[in-house]
Design a protein around this ligand. Structure first.
Ligand code: NAP
Length: 250
């Protein structure tokens, strides 16, 4: 049985590693290629994208893939939409792993928004000291509000960082722990945080730190992508793969 895992997440990596131990499975992990030095995936890796939904469909067909697993990040909406369409056209099952989003807890001061543009509006006009924890790609959007100081944390450098009048960049890869997050927020006198509701444990510590300090958090909600066969953990995904395998007789 041939499985293509669309990855770029810890879940994709863990699933690939666990499935690769089975000699009857052929597993390939696909990465977009955004990270220069990705961590080992425990399986064969292809990098750089497919060229849209047609390219992904073509890949599924020519490589006789039997199961497509969409383990991409909750905010990677385009690749998930392509996965839905390509799997439908290729008439193969699609399994989506999506970690639960973070839920608001007592003491949280969240402002829910749907986009970076709404987050910028929520920051307001008066200059503030902002922890911008949204990854790298959409940071340049915040050039629209240059009055704020931005502490930007991402795995890879942000190209436009020098165009911000007041910004500091930190390069780091999670998991992060709350004591370090508290020190970071205090050390930079952060007044407000902007983040995406990505869910998962690796980057949740900043939310706890904001709660401890009573800081407001502008929480960007995830894009809506309707996918059948959604599971919320790697364990569930393994069970689902076993069921698909049994019913298809692989
Ligand atoms: P996106 O906007 O949904 O996808 C844009 C294009 O990137 C896709 O059309 C596809 O190109 C390519 N692509 C994305 N994920 C791919 C994958 N796993 N394998 C092959 N091609 C992929 O994606 P994104 O938000 O830029 O995220 C890119 C990658 O980073 C994903 O693997 C995601 O899991 C990971 N990631 C994203 C975030 C986030 O906040 N968005 C956070 C952490 C990790 P083609 O059309 O050429 O196939």
């Amino acid at each position: 049985m041939k499985i293509l895992i669309l990855g770029g997440t810890s879940e994709g990596r863990e699933l690939a590693g666990r499935l690769s131990g089975d000699d009857n499975l052929s597993v390939v992990v696909s990465l977009a290629g955004r990270t220069q030095d990705p961590v080992d995936q425990g399986a064969d890796v292809m990098t750089g994208g497919f060229g849209g939904v047609d390219g992904l469909f073509h890949y599924l067909r020519t490589n006789t893939i039997n199961l497509l697993v969409d383990a991409t990040h909750p905010f990677a909406g385009a690749i998930s939409r392509n996965a839905n369409e390509a799997a439908r056209r290729a008439a193969i099952p699609l399994l989506r792993i999506e970690r639960p989003q973070w839920a608001r807890m007592p003491g949280d001061r969240w402002m829910d928004v749907a986009s970076d543009e709404e987050a910028i509006a929520a920051l307001g006009v008066d200059p503030r000291r902002v922890f911008l924890a949204i990854g790298r790609q959409h940071v340049p959007t915040y050039l629209a509000a240059p009055q704020h100081f931005y502490l930007v944390r991402s795995i890879e450098p942000v190209q436009a960082i020098e165009r911000f009048p007041r910004a500091e960049q930190i390069l780091a890869r999670g998991p992060f722990v709350e004591t370090d997050e508290l020190a970071l927020l205090r050390g930079h006198a952060i007044e407000i945080m902007v983040t995406k509701n990505s869910g998962g444990d690796a980057t949740a510590a900043k939310i706890g730190a904001a709660r401890t300090l009573g800081l407001p958090v502008i929480m960007i909600g995830k894009p809506a992508v309707e996918t059948p066969n959604v599971v919320t953990s790697v364990d569930e995904a393994i069970e689902c793969v076993a069921r698909i395998r049994r019913s298809a007789g692989y």
